[in-house]
Design a protein around this ligand. Sequence first.
Ligand code: ATP
Length: 237
Amino acid sequence: ATARPVLQVANVHKHYGSKIAVADISFEVAAGEIVGLLGPNGAGKTTTINMVLGVLEASRGQILIDGHDVMRQRRRALSATNFAAVYAPLPGNLTVEQNLRIFGLIYGVRPLQMRIDGLLQQFDLLAYRDTRCGVLSSGEQTRVCLAKALLNQPRLLLLDEPTASLDPATARDIRLQIQRIAREQGGGILWTSHNMTEVEDVCDRVLILSQGRVLLQGDPRTLASEHGAASLEDLFV
Ligand code: ATP
């Protein structure tokens, strides 16, 4: 039997008054799979991610995280997910360890100190344990965001442009970490990026959104040639 997908998005719509941001989107993310959500500005990526997070309610359709309806079984669904946005700033006056501790307490993570120590080590953050997050570089902050996102061992990890502000070497390091997370923790990862080289490198599958619809989906390494295009960007409408 195939395992239940960690994310199921079925016929989801979102409109703001007469403005249609997302129109009948359906897709799934399987355990261990890294799926890229691509598309030009305004295509509906952030709206989709916010609906998966339960921050925005879909106008129509259903979203299940690890089988739990994001709206009707909110607590269960949200305890199965986590979110690491580069743009979501960490409380800057708290130290790295305090930041992890607060989120660990919110999620009821146990044994908390052991998990924190393990994650600090995994993300090469032991030396920054007592450093205030506000003074960290973007790369260091991204590593703290990822460590925080993994505290409750989420089944689904949502990453909104995790490498956008990073130098190439740090971005590469973060990509390797993310691939390792997918391989070793068995959850699914949905991420957005505007960097197509990175997408081809990391994603098992991509969805290209355009004007709120799934225009194309498939293997990022073959999708362009299958559709007679020179590169993934050329598929963007
Ligand atoms: P980007 O790459 O720029 O982040 P995106 O793919 O994430 O773009 P969304 O932010 O999801 O795009 O926006 C999709 C569409 O919905 C856009 O046309 C946007 O103007 C519109 N939209 C988003 N939020 C609202 C809102 N609160 N009220 C009205 N329209 C909105």
